[in-house]
Design a protein around this ligand. Structure first.
Ligand code: SF4
Ligand code: FES
Length: 234
């Protein structure tokens, strides 16, 4: 089948503003949007800038806006979207070129919440495992699924207006450690998330949960972190 794809293009070295360019591609209904972008880049216009790596929904590098909705280009099938298929870069981050954005403001928020296991070395002999029950593991199972694609954060109207807000993905990754029974950095993270750029900037728009390609209950995780910051001592 013939498919029309419309891509928002922008080259800061030559363009004064972003503009749409249309392409006609011979595609199968089961092709992914990433396949179309590849086809355009490899056979029609080599200057198209696209970021991707795994092509299988794991690395999180090809989040874009498809017909107005944040998604991974490698996970959306041609048969499931209306034509023309409009592809734009994710919103709220500076555009390097075409569909490639500067992820640094996103990763700054991620780093700010210390997304690693913080342990008390005096609790265990170094050679011993830190045991965890299946019930304790279940407590943060949902938030372990994050692939840092930024679909949630760049669907958030608060983040669009304020890049200093750590954003939903950072809070999801803080949740993953705050509720880990082996971790001892919860109080420190909750203090960080209680500052003016932390979790309480969230206005519960639910855009983040709808945008997440991993089906993570992002808004719920944010609410659990807010509740812990207000009522729990970890
Ligand atoms: S929570 Fe979901 S949408 Fe947000 S960065 Fe992680 S995987 Fe992507
Ligand atoms: S290319 Fe890795 S998630 Fe799509």
């Amino acid at each position: 089948m013939e498919v029309r794809i419309r891509v928002l293009r922008y080259n800061p070295e030559t363009d004064s503003a972003p503009h749409f360019e249309d392409y006609q591609v011979d595609a199968d209904p089961m092709d992914r949007i990433l396949d179309l972008l590849h086809y355009v880049k490899w056979y029609q216009d080599g200057s198209l800038a696209v970021r991707r790596s795994c092509a299988h929904g794991i690395c999180g590098s090809d989040a874009v806006v498809i017909n107005g909705v944040n998604a991974l280009a490698c996970k959306v099938l041609v048969r499931d979207v209306e034509q023309p298929i409009v592809v734009e870069p994710i919103r709220g981050l500076p555009v390097h070129r075409d569909l490639i954005v500067d992820m640094e403001p996103f990763f700054a928020g991620y780093r700010a919440v210390k997304p690693w296991l913080i342990v008390d070395e005096t609790e265990h002999e170094p050679a011993r495992e830190r045991y965890q029950s299946p019930e304790d593991r279940e407590r943060f199972d949902d938030t372990t699924k994050c692939i840092l694609c930024a679909a949630c954060t760049t669907a958030c109207p608060i983040f669009w207006s304020d890049n200093e807000y750590v954003g939903p993905a950072a809070i999801v990754n803080a949740h993953r450690f705050i509720f880990d029974s082996r971790d001892r950095g919860g109080a420190e993270r909750l203090e960080i998330l209680s500052t003016k750029n932390g979790a309480f900037k969230c206005r519960t728009a639910f855009n983040c949960s709808e945008a997440c390609p991993r089906g993570i209950k992002v808004t719920q995780a944010i609410q659990e972190v807010k509740r812990a910051a207000l009522f729990e001592s970890l």
